[in-house]
Ligand binder design. Sequence first.
Ligand code: ADP
Ligand code: MG
Length: 250
Amino acid sequence: MILADGIHKRFGAHEVLRGVSLTLAKGEVIAVIGPSGSGKSTFLRCLNHLETIDAGRIDIEGDTLAANDAHGRARYVADAEVRRICVRMGMVFQHFNLFPHLTVLQNVIEAPITVKGMKRDAILPKAEELLKKVGLLDKRDAYPSRLSGGQKQRVAIARALAMEPDIMLFDEPTSALDPELTGEVLRTMRQLADEHMTMLVVTHEMGFAREVASRVAFMDGGTLIESQPSADFFANPQHPRTRAFLESML
Ligand code: ADP
Ligand code: MG
């Protein structure tokens, strides 16, 4: 579903991604862990074109988004093709990014209407079904300011799913939440995984990585240090930096 090969990304003089490679298979859930500043968010943002890469290759479901030219510089496909490819990925952010001036329901139907050109009547049943799925149908007419962080994040998940993505990207979806609210969001994500959604999840939730992810990848200093099936990752981390990080999480 995703092939990322040798991704390089710099902000000015700072090389934030130094040749990151990762493949994500259909139905797989990969947890990406690592210290703050290691490039996890940047990597995720590069995959769905919120950032552009300097070098490397990104294929989404077999379609090339960007690939190196003869000089080793990444070249992107045409804009219309970029949009067609990236619309297959839904993203959930740490800080929810809901539209504050729209109700819960309006947040969920906004992109299908404006991006996909769907009619309100056509998307409404799907939107209600998704709100029911995340347990928030009774909040459909509420504004985000009236919701708890956990409720906001569940709306953000429903909003991403309304676009019927093939892949879901999560960037620390529970990091901004009070501890007692992380469970409801993690349960929603676990439910998605049980339904075989293909997911790439940046997280500090080691329980989620251990129990829900099929593989865990550890990033440090702009490099993907190691990636293993999650049981092996926790039982037998190969790299000293991985071991040090895991010990620091205890
Ligand atoms: P993580 O998500 O692992 O904490 P990030 O991908 O957010 O790491 O950041 C990696 C590095 O890139 C950090 O040093 C951060 O300051 C830097 N960085 C991220 N985004 C930008 C940006 N838009 N401009 C400049 N530097 C950035
Ligand atoms: Mg981050």
